[in-house]
Structures are given as structure tokens and as C-alpha cells.
Write a protein that binds this ligand. Structure first.
Ligand code: AKG
Ligand code: MN
Length: 203
């Protein structure tokens, strides 16, 4: 795992190619293990609209969304505990968020063909001094970064498998989202698609 090149996108740090092919393959295996313990589900929004990504989590808390709104929960919707965050994923946090508190949630998003994530802020956490670290695996994703306030200019970058993104410091509350993926652009995931791991301190 290397930090290597760093790109600054409106205060968000992007580390292209931070994880090599072998590391990526191990992470996919860990994600499969997480999904065996806590199966992926299609969350609904408060308004009853199904999100296009599928998700699950590892850690003390998982992020869920349903008709009651979105929030962190101590258990998967089925009632089982979220599995622990695997050591290889914790090591990425330690590398890219040195000296920070330990992450309490690893959200796993799966983007199939046509999936996207609208511009939003990550602000369901209690301590905004702690960064968000995210890892891209599989197909390319067009990542858009805006401002802390709604609206205004945005800039986009294609994220590739093995890239790490850190949303922290003055940029911790910037709006961001994924406009689209290039389905089938990577051979990492059989059947295609993009996995994003998002590590956060929740409390
Ligand atoms: O998929 C990504 O790269 C971003 C995911 C994200 O912003 C989130 O889960 O809050
Ligand atoms: Mn986010």
C-alpha cells in the first residue's frame, strides 16, 4: 500500500493507485465475507424510493436507510450484528488517517450497471474532526465534488480501482456524489460493477 501521488480536488485528497492489484483482490475477498455475514440490501429512502446502490456494513455501526429515514444502526436490518471491520481495511485507515480515532463503520456500497449516488454531505456522524476515507474497487466511477453549501461549482474526477479518497479537514462536509460508473471497465469484479468502502468514525 502506497500513498504515492496526491490530487487535491476542492480540499478532498485523491490518491490514485494507492492499492495494488493483490491488495484489491484481498479486499474483494473481505467484502464477500462481510456480505456473507451481513447480506447486501437495496436501501429505500424516506420517500419510498429505492436507492440504486446496494449496501451493507462492517463495524460497530452500519448505515441504513428506510421509510424511517437514514441513520446508523447497531445491527443489520435482519437483526444480526455487523461483522467486524477486517484488518486489511483498518490498515488503510491507519495509513491515510494517521492519528485519528478508530473507524466505527465501514460502509460497503455496490454500484451495478446504471447505479449512482446523488450529491450529498456525510453528516450523520458526531465528530467532524474525523475524516472519511473511501476506497474504490472495480469499475471506474465519476466522482463529483462541490461545496459545503448547496449548489455552486463542482469538479469531477474518474476514480479507478485501488484509488483512495480522504474527505477531511476543511473539506469534511463538502457535497460529493458519483454520477455514473463505466460498467465493465475493470476485470476485478466478476460480473462487473463498482464497490466503494467508506470508513467513518460515527460517535
Ligand atoms: O462511492 C463513492 O465513491 C462515494 C460513496 C459515498 O459518498 C458515501 O457512501 O457516502
Ligand atoms: Mn458520502
Amino acid at each position: 500500500m502506497t500513498k504515492g501521488e496526491q490530487i487535491d480536488l476542492r480540499g478532498v485528497s485523491v490518491y490514485p493507485g494507492a492499492l495494488g492489484p493483490d491488495e484489491q483482490a484481498v479486499l474483494v475477498e473481505r467484502v464477500r465475507e462481510i456480505a456473507r455475514a451481513a447480506p447486501m440490501f437495496h436501501p429505500e429512502t424516506r420517500w419510498g424510493k429505492q436507492m440504486s446502490v446496494k449496501m451493507t456494513s462492517a463495524g460497530r455501526f452500519g448505515w441504513v436507510s428506510d421509510r424511517r429515514g437514514y441513520r446508523y444502526e447497531r445491527a443489520h436490518p435482519s437483526g444480526v450484528d455487523w461483522p467486524p471491520i477486517p484488518a486489511e481495511i483498518l490498515a488503510i485507515w491507519e495509513k491515510f488517517a494517521p492519528g485519528m480515532r478508530a473507524p466505527e463503520c465501514c460502509l460497503v456500497n455496490y454500484y451495478g450497471e446504471g447505479a449512482r449516488m446523488g450529491l450529498h454531505q456525510d453528516r450523520d456522524e458526531a465528530d467532524f474532526s474525523q475524516p472519511v476515507v473511501s476506497v474504490s474497487l472495480g469499475d471506474d466511477g465519476l466522482f463529483r465534488v462541490g461545496n459545503i453549501e448547496r449548489g455552486g461549482k463542482t469538479e469531477s474526477i474518474w476514480l479507478h480501482s485501488g484509488d483512495v479518497v480522504v474527505i477531511g479537514g476543511a473539506a469534511r462536509l463538502v457535497h460529493h456524489g458519483v454520477d455514473r460508473i463505466r460498467f465493465g471497465s475493470s476485470a476485478l469484479l466478476k460480473g462487473g460493477g463498482r464497490i466503494n468502502l467508506t470508513l467513518r468514525v460515527v460517535t
